[in-house]
Each structure stands twice: as C-alpha cells, then as structure tokens.
Design a protein around this ligand. Structure first.
Ligand code: DC
Length: 221
C-alpha cells in the first residue's frame, strides 16, 4: 500500500509521515530531502541556478541513499547540512527543473517498488503515485507554519525572526505552486487536513484512523 502526504512547508508532513510509517510498519520516504540534496550538490559544485542545463545534469551523477533515517550523498552524510537556510531556498529553485524532477521521480518509484510506503512531498499524490490507495494533503495557516520552522531552527541554535521566515516561506510557496512542472496542489482524491490547531501526534492518529477505516471498508466491499 502507498500512502501519500503532500502539502506546503511547515504543515508537519515529514513528522506525521515518520510517525505514521512507524505505527503502520511501513517504509518512509522524505522526497523533500532529495530535492535538498540536489540543491546542496549544486551549491558545492558552484553551479549557477539559472543554468538549467547544468542543474538538470546534477542528479544524473548522484547517489542518494537513505539509511537509518540519515541521508547520504555519494557516501557523505548530509542529513544536517541540507536543513540550513541556504539549501532550503535553493531547493525550491532546483525543484522547478524538469530533468531534476524526472530523475528524482524515477528514484522515488524505485524506492516504492514492492514495499508498503508512506511518502511525503509536493507531488506524491498527483504525479508520482497517482494510483496510491490513501492520499492526504496537509495545510496550516502561514503564521503557524513559520512558527514551526522557527522552532525547528531554534532547536539547532539558529534564531530567525518570524517576519523573515514568513517572507521566505511566501516566496517558496509561490515558486512551488506556480512552477510549470508538477506544481504543488492537492490530488483530486486527497483528503485535506488543516493541522493549524492540532499536535502532529494527533494528526498522525487521525490519518492512521482514516487509513484503517478505508482498509476495513475495502475488505468488506
Ligand atoms: O519539504 P521540503 O521543505 O524539505 O522540500 C524542499 C523543496 O523541495 C521545497 O521547495 C519543495 C520541493 N519539493 C518538491 O518540489 N517536490 C517534492 N516531492 C518534495 C519537495
């Protein structure tokens, strides 16, 4: 079974997907980390983000590997390095590149082959796994999303003002929602969940109940 969780930044997708995968005993895929890894590689190689051809070549020669909740890029553990502000902004630039997307979608489908999976991103229910059995789209108010990002950064010792984070978030949302290939939007058959006033544990519990209910309904049909 494939469970997709899409939505904008700060809606709790990766935390919820991780909790859900562990409760269901499914594998977990964080596709945002893959775009971040490509952005990190572009920065390391000094590739100009306007050079679409050069950016498009980058993932063709990268080995991206998830192991024990860590992400390895050509053997280097980049789990923390890809969470910084510079990579965060750059990731939405590389995510608009059609060849980058093609390559990462190919890798995502390989990961999903023959396993039960909870996968999260922006296009998992719309483009990558259109036939997924359970699709969710998480939302939350812009302010709550920026607050969650601020807490995440503060836990790592970085202080960024809420205004700055709201501005960066608006720019990223706009890029993700208006790009020509695979823009961020809910799949027509996705359940839309507003997480603004919910703890992420509660969101995971809610989705788990919906998945189990759907399974029971499918078995009794
Ligand atoms: O979820 P995140 O913030 O780690 O994602 C990083 C960037 O990658 C973000 O700008 C959206 C983009 N992305 C995407 O376009 N498609 C995905 N499936 C996952 C992430």
């Amino acid at each position: 079974m494939i469970v997709t969780i899409d939505g904008p930044a700060g809606t709790g997708k990766s935390t919820v997907a991780r909790i859900l995968a562990s409760r269901l005993g499914f594998a977990f895929l964080n596709t945002g980390a893959m775009y971040r890894a490509v952005a990190y590689a572009c920065l390391r190689q000094d590739i100009a983000f306007e050079d679409q051809e050069a950016v498009g070549n980058v993932p063709q020669f990268l080995e991206i590997l998830f192991s024990n909740n860590r992400l390895f890029l050509n053997g280097e553990d980049v789990t923390e390095a890809i969470r910084g502000q510079e990579v965060t902004q750059a990731a939405s630039l590389v995510a608009a590149n059609e060849r980058v997307r093609q390559r990462l979608v190919e890798l995502q489908r390989i990961v999903a082959h023959g396993v039960d999976l909870v996968t999260e991103g922006r296009d998992q229910g719309t483009v990558v796994f259109p036939d997924a059995e359970c699709k969710f789209f998480l939302t939350a108010s812009a302010e709550e999303r920026a607050r969650r990002r601020q807490r995440e950064l503060r836990d790592k010792g970085d202080f960024v003002s809420l205004d700055d984070l709201m501005n960066q978030q608006e720019l990223r949302d706009l890029r993700d929602e208006t790009r020509a290939c695979s823009p961020l939007k809910p799949a027509v058959d996705a359940a839309i969940i507003d997480t603004t006033a919910m703890s992420l544990e509660a969101v995971a519990g809610h989705l788990e109940a919906m998945i189990l209910q759907r399974n029971v309904a499918a078995r009794t049909r």
